[in-house]
Design a protein. Structure first.
Lengths: 162, 746
């Protein structure tokens, strides 16, 4: 019985094995769910304001002090071209490492930790260049579509060239 | 990196310090301070370099250092006078040692004959002076083996007043037995030391009675494996020659240690003065060099007796070991002399030991600096949390916070002081450079240094060596004239380069000044036009021409020499100094000389800033660049033809940058309530920044934006304020540059 229950927890029919699975942190922006690989996530913290940076794109919300290091915060909603988030204390900053840099992503909420199989990652449909640029792929979880964020793409091109 | 490489790296680190020390000592010696202390320091430095070099097998270095050391030894003994030529030779030798060290470091070869000329000079000097015996005297000293050496402690000589020749005190004292001859054996137990008694004090007191000789018995010292750090292995035999002393009086000296030692006091019968005594050296030759460790130690008197019995055996070749095998290793004159020297150097040595340094990785210090920065921020955050109600309720907490504030400030100062170093470490490399330049250019140049004790951050110091080298080269090559020309011009034949450092507010000013011909402005302008550095039809001011020498690729030298002419030097100066946040100024008077001044920040880690508000955001402006602040309602704004705002201040028109416009931050303050912060960028160019409010002054720790993001125009970095928020640092220089770019485009 126990083993069955455990299996159920893993969710909808995913053929999970250690080598071929991916653990994601899922977070939401409006109705949409996105995910990043859990190993890149360093910290999750509540939104507590940021110091705006001049001459940057609107999706750069500014910088925060993370225990003595200055970390830039990217507004994921704005990055997808849906306008700036009006953050409240309930909004969440997910701090991740991209290469050797640490960045924060402002999202509405962190919803779940998901385990998915790598086989289940679908390609992003061609058509919208922003989608193909910012997403690595799409997985389905609980019949929800989860976009896998390409962090390198999200944080690039943040500066306005003067 | 292997351990050996680590050791080598440490050795080379030490070498560079020792070489610096050599420069310093000789600078003082040249200035007339020929004290034994200085000579000893020189001797120690060369000896350390030689010793380490030997361990790593740098044969050439060791051979040269050894020859040099021999010379120094003669100088130290007074056999060779430290005259002008000898000093010059020594300074030259220091340079050669430095070259050998460098060659060993890089693995380069200096050729087999390098330094031979000087080595022959050493030999010529020393061979004329050294009596044959002296050379041999050195050998046993090097094999000095503590296990079998009873040590002579001569208290008379230990007294500071009488640094008399060692041999004398020994020849006279111990063996002339007259009336009141006491023999004391003293074997302390460990409790004696545990109660903080010092045998030396007892012996000194005994010495007050009369002639005292002390012999330490070290025969009980076990093999190193059985050696206990707190074990007692040393006993003493004392011979006191005093007509006045009584057994009671002697016992009284030991009153406080009674029960903590084995003590026997015995009076020896008086005898007539014996026939001429053999010298100590002869004594030593007579007695067998080694003895079984358990053989009973003999008193001096017995020893003298034995020796006298043996006397007839001389002058036959070394006598067979005397029946009661006596173990006495002569404390031979050289060793005694050494000991005296150590005694004399004693107090200072001890003081030095107190301020000894340790080697710490700079990264580790930086980590501490960063953490202290965080601590300061946390502390001020805590203080800000205290409102009046809390203050009234928790007085203990308030007091605690005040102490915390003091302690953190102290800690911050202390940590910054760790990073600070005197500029001496760079300055001391320059005399050698000047000597070399003088030789190569055939000019006569003397270097004066002022303010060597001025302290700057270690990182700044490291960046200073190259620029200073280039500036001094420039002065020597272009500034100072040839001796005959100087004489013709009525100047002293020897040119002077003055290197000075001083602190001016939050900056350090380092100046290189020469009394040469000054910058030839016509020629500089001509060359600059030829090379296309300036447009041919422009008429720059004198100051602007002077600055041209810093342009990349600029050189007035007709031919490229190994000193200058490639046109990189002064460019390097400017770029290096800029990199560490400093600036360079040139002032030149034709025919009288040139003065180049480097303005450097005291530290790179902490910045004194003015905290301002632009729109809703806090910004900080480095205090070092601020000239003054003016209320906008009192400021005299005007409009340039291009439509750009200008500020008139003291008859000068200054470009205005409104930070809230520039940074696209909506400020809602009325113009009249805003402030103008007048800043000075590089080269004395002023720029007026308009901010919404001025909040105050504080010290901040600079944090990089690039670490996790990228650099932004007009922003030099970030910092964390007391409330934990990030404030951006205004890049005054960058704003000025981008603004003028903007203007040009318009």
């Amino acid at each position: 019985m126990e083993s069955l229950a455990l299996k159920d927890d893993y969710g909808t029919g995913a053929q999970v094995n250690a080598q071929n699975s991916l653990q994601l942190i899922a977070f939401s922006i409006g109705e949409q769910t996105y995910g990043v690989e859990i190993t890149t996530v360093r910290e999750i913290r509540a939104w507590n304001g940021a110091t705006p940076l001049p001459n940057t794109r609107e999706y750069v919300r500014g910088v925060i002090n993370l225990r003595g290091t200055i970390v830039p915060i990217f507004d994921l909603r704005a990055r997808f071209g849906e306008g700036q988030t009006s953050p409240t204390k309930n909004h969440v900053v997910v701090v991740m490492s991209v290469g050797d840099k640490w960045v924060g992503i402002l999202v509405d909420a962190v919803s779940d930790i998901l385990t998915v199989s790598k086989d289940e990652i679908h390609n992003v449909p061609e058509g919208n260049s922003m989608d193909t640029e910012l997403l690595n792929g799409i997985v389905t979880h609980d019949s929800r579509m989860v976009g896998l964020i390409d962090l390198h793409a999200v944080v690039s091109g943040a500066k306005v060239d003067s | 990196m292997s351990d050996l490489d680590d050791f080598k790296a440490t050795y080379f680190d030490e070498c560079s310090e020792l070489l610096t020390e050599l420069e310093e000592q000789f600078a003082a010696i040249e200035a007339g301070e020929r004290t034994p202390d200085r000579l000893n320091a020189v001797f120690r430095a060369i000896h350390s370099i030689k010793g380490g070099g030997g361990a790593f097998g740098f044969a050439e270095l060791v051979a040269f250092a050894h020859a040099y050391e021999t010379l120094l030894d003669h100088v130290r003994d007074g056999r060779i006078e430290l005259s002008g030529p000898v000093t010059t030779l020594c300074i030259r030798a220091n340079d050669i040692v430095a070259d050998f060290v460098n060659a060993a470091k890089t693995g380069a070869s200096l050729g087999p004959a390098y330094g031979d000329v000087e080595r022959h000079q050493f030999d010529a000097l020393t061979s004329g002076n050294a009596p044959g015996g002296e050379a041999d005297a050195e050998a046993p000293m090097e094999d000095f083996d503590i296990d079998f050496v009873p040590v002579m402690v001569d208290l008379g000589a230990a007294a500071p007043a009488a640094p008399e020749p060692a041999e004398d005190s020994f020849a006279s004292a111990p063996l002339t037995v007259e009336k009141g001859h006491w023999e004391i054996r003293f074997a302390p137990h460990s409790e004696l030391y545990a109660r903080a008694n010092d045998p030396l004090l007892l012996f000194r007191e005994l010495a007050n009675f009369g002639e005292l000789t002390v012999v330490a018995r070290l025969t009980d010292i076990p093999p190193l494996a059985d050696f206990e750090p707190f074990g007692i292995y040393c006993t003493w035999e004392l011979t006191l020659v005093s007509p006045t002393a009584s057994a009671e009086a002697i016992a009284e000296v030991f009153e406080f240690v009674e029960g903590n030692c084995e003590l026997s006091i015995a009076q020896l019968p008086s005898r007539a003065a014996p026939a001429p005594e053999p010298s100590l050296a002869e004594l030593a030759q007579l007695v067998a060099p080694a003895a079984p460790p358990d053989s009973p130690a003999l008193s001096f008197a017995e020893l003298a007796e034995t020796v006298k019995q043996e006397m007839p055996a001389r002058p036959a070749a070394p006598a067979p070991a005397p029946a009661p095998a006596i173990k006495l290793v002569e404390a031979e004159p050289a060793a005694i002399a050494d000991e005296h020297e150590e005694r004399r150097a004693g107090p200072e040595e001890r003081r030095n030991a107190g301020v000894q340094s340790i080697r710490v990785d700079l990264d580790k210090v930086d980590r501490v600096v960063n953490m202290v920065g965080e601590l300061v921020i946390t502390q001020s955050m805590l203080s800000q949390q205290m409102d009046d109600t809390l203050r009234a309720r928790y007085q203990e907490l308030v007091r605690g916070l005040e102490v915390l504030a003091q302690t953190t400030r102290g800690l911050q100062d202390a940590v910054m002081a760790i990073r600070a170093q005197p500029v001496k470490s760079v300055f001391s490399r320059m005399p050698r450079l000047v000597r070399e330049l003088a030789t190569r250019t055939g000019k006569k140049i003397k270097l004066e240094t002022i303010g060597e004790a001025t302290e700057i951050d270690k990182t700044v110091i490291e960046q200073l060596s190259d620029p200073l080298t280039h500036m001094i080269r420039n002065s020597a090559d272009h500034g100072i004239e040839a001796p005959d020309k100087r004489l013709r011009l009525g100047k002293p034949e020897i040119g002077t380069i003055r290197l000075s450092a001083e602190q001016a507010g939050g900056n350090i000013l380092i100046a290189v000044e020469d009394d040469g011909g000054g910058i030839n402005r016509e020629r500089v302008l001509q060359v600059a036009c030829d090379k296309g550095i300036v447009a041919a039809d422009t008429t720059p001011t004198d100051e602007q021409i002077d600055q041209l020498i810093f342009a990349p690729g600029f050189s007035t030298a007709e031919a490229v020499s190994d000193i200058s002419g490639r046109g990189v030097g002064m460019d390097v100066v400017l770029s290096n100094i800029k990199k560490i946040g400093g600036s360079v100024h040139v002032k030149s008077r034709s025919g009288q000389g040139t003065r180049m001044t480097l303005r450097l920040p005291l530290t790179l880690a902490v910045l004194d800033v003015m905290l301002v508000k632009v729109g809703p955001s806090p910004y900080v402006i480095p205090l070092s660049s601020i000239v003054e602040t003016i209320q906008c309602s009192r400021a005299d704004f005007g409009r340039a033809p291009s439509g750009a705002k200008v500020l008139r201040v003291r008859g000068e028109y200054v470009q205005v940058v409104d930070l809230s416009e520039r940074f696209q931050l909506r400020g809602d303050a009325e113009l009249a309530n805003r402030f103008v912060v007048l800043c000075e960028a590089e080269g004395g160019v002023k720029i007026a920044l308009v901010v919404d409010d001025i909040i105050g002054q504080q010290q901040v720790v600079i944090k990089s934006l690039e670490e996790n993001f990228e650099s932004i125009d007009g922003i030099a970095g970030g910092t964390i304020l007391g409330d934990g928020n990030v404030a951006l640092i205004v890049d005054v220089q960058g704003l000025k540059a981008s603004n003028s770019l903007h203007k040009n485009a318009a």
